[in-house]
Design a protein around this ligand. Structure first.
Ligand SMILES: Cc1ncc(COP(=O)(O)O)c(C=O)c1O
Length: 394
């Protein structure tokens, strides 16, 4: 049988990272690979208790089809959660989705046609690149420095674009993969530039709540007064990814579009999961869990930075994140992190190669290190192994 597939499916590429991470199952290997939350933080007993309570009191709703926009309890609880972290949004501005990856998928369906120009950061989240690539978007990259996306470059690109980009995609808080946070000044500049050129901003912010040092910065959603911004949020990093729960925040007109598109994708996000998490937030447990997560991740981040300082040879540079789960390492230009990946595996340590985080595959000398999952001891030992390997190659 010769199958004839759609153009859309032809644009799908297997994730290079998932392929490469297969090697990380080697016994004794320390992996700084996937961006997994520490599973010791998962509130197993609390979720078990709430699940029983939901089944006992609202089982008839929990096991039924739900509303596409989200269960009213959940939408309300999400507004409460956002308010606790400085973001105001009304229920009309929220649509529950099956995690941020679905948000990115719906966003792509809503805005992208073949070769539609969009702006992305360099580097940026690989899953977003995959979603945009599937729709054959024409991605235009903007470089970053320690304060986030470079606004002079963005303005120049927009002023010279023949076809107006449909949106600007940014991860302003502790970016995946770089760990960089966009400064407040840049956020305000971004809002002004986006307004000037009439281009919406997509603010993808899974790590925002996980700040370990310094002051929380206002979201772009908040700074813009909720205009011209679509914000993507998820429980995957601040609680756990297993329930695949996230939400989109935007102007009502955009939320309506998301709802109609979502209907055609999965009818609704599981009501059962929504009622459990709504109750978790209402009981004030979400805030407690985030505090615990911060206490767990801060020493891990510090340990990774300290070990890099101690063991890495001159010529290697890395970002110094104030939150989130990742940091970004740049090796000398002559080193290709993909080529040396198997040498790292031989040294019983793994990282994620940097090039797939660039829409055009540059950044061959870069790598992403995640510190959220390994233990403190593994972080120290793993960075020492990595540094030993880098030294031997240099
Ligand atoms: C920036 C960013 N957006 C979206 C996602 C997708 O997360 P999820 O689909 O688990 O909510 C991730 C996951 O790593 C991410 O880092």
């Amino acid at each position: 049988m010769t199958y004839s597939f759609s153009n859309l499916s032809k644009n799908i590429r297997r994730s290079e990272i998932r392929e490469i991470l297969k090697w990380t199952r080697k016994p004794g290997l320390i992996s700084f690979g996937g961006g997994l939350p520490d599973s010791d933080l998962f509130p197993l007993k609390e979720i078990a208790d709430i699940t029983k309570e939901v089944l006992d009191t609202k089982g008839y709703l929990a096991l039924q089809y739900g509303q596409t926009k989200g269960e009213p309890e959940m939408v309300q609880a999400l507004c409460q959660h956002m308010q606790e972290f400085g973001d105001d949004a009304a229920c009309e501005n929220v649509c529950v989705v099956s995690s941020s990856q679905q948000g990115l998928d719906l966003l792509s369906m809503l805005f992208l046609d073949d070769q539609t120009p969009i702006i992305v950061e360099m580097p940026t989240y690989l899953g977003a690149l995959q979603a945009f690539r599937r729709h054959n978007a024409n991605m235009i990259g903007i470089s970053m420095d320690n304060d986030g996306m470079k606004m002079d470059e963005l303005e120049k690109t927009l002023s010279e674009s023949e076809k107006q980009p449909r949106f600007i995609y940014t991860i302003p808080d502790f970016q995946n993969p770089s760990g960089i946070t966009m400064s407040v000044e840049r956020r305000n500049q971004l809002i002004a530039i986006a307004e000037k050129y009439g281009v919406p901003i997509v603010e993808d912010s899974p790590y925002r709540e996980l700040r370990y040092i310094g002051e929380t910065l206002p979201s772009i959603w908040k700074l813009s007064g909720g205009k011209n911004v679509i914000m993507l949020k998820t429980f995957s990093k601040i609680l756990f990814p297993g329930m695949r729960m996230g939400w989109v925040v935007a102007e009502e007109e955009i939320i309506d579009k998301f709802v109609v598109l979502k209907q055609s994708v999965d009818l609704c996000t599981p009501s059962f999961n929504q009622l459990i998490l709504a109750s978790y937030i209402e009981k004030g447990m979400m805030k407690e869990t985030i505090e615990k997560a911060k206490k767990c991740y801060k020493p891990k981040k510090d340990a990774m930075l300290k070990s890099l300082e101690k063991f890495m040879p001159p010529g290697v540079r890395w970002s110094k994140p104030e939150g989130g789960m990742f940091l970004w390492v740049e090796l000398p230009e002559s080193i290709d992190t993909k080529e040396i990946f198997m040498t790292a595996i031989e040294h019983d340590v793994a990282y994620v190669i940097g090039a797939p985080f660039y829409h055009d595959g540059r950044g061959k000398n870069t790598m992403r290190l995640s510190y959220s999952f390994p233990s403190l001891e593994q972080i120290r030992e793993g960075i020492e192994r990595l540094a030993k390997m880098v030294k031997s190659i240099l």
